[in-house]
Design a protein around this ligand. Sequence first.
Ligand code: RP5
Length: 167
Amino acid sequence: MTAPNEILVSVIMGSSSDADTMAAARRALRDLGISHEAKVLSAHRTPAALLEYIAGLEDRGCKMVIAAAGMAAHLAGVIAGHTNMPVLGVPLAAGQLQGIDALLATVQMPGGVPVATFGIGKAGAKNAAFFAARVLGLTNPTIRESMENLLAENRKKVLSSTLPEEF
Ligand code: RP5
């Protein structure tokens, strides 16, 4: 039985303007049957609230954090510096540099403080959720089965796809 505030994954994004992209992660987590919650907290604009939130996560059963931000994306790195949980970073295309800025800021962590960094945008958000399923699925057969079912559906879709006659 899961207590009401227990979660396996926390999804944190730097701004409510990231929500549309990060809905891809939420949808995937829901489809994978992974309990989670999503929060808007910023490494720059709300640093104290971010640290307070992070500090309570492990007591709630949380196993990993998906952290998404655009521009000078320090969110995932700051979280990785304040927890030993795995941090999955999703760079977002928010500014003039189309996410390349966020990608470099998220991936270029100093040795010993890893952020597992995914692709820019929706595909990265979805992959972070699927990566969480791969890790959690090592010890949770229900999550593993949900993931295998989704992958089987995807396989079926690709194999049954057709091209237009005139292609
Ligand atoms: C980052 O700055 C956020 O993650 C967002 O991607 C970007 C722009 O934020 P807003 O100015 O739209 O709130 O911290």
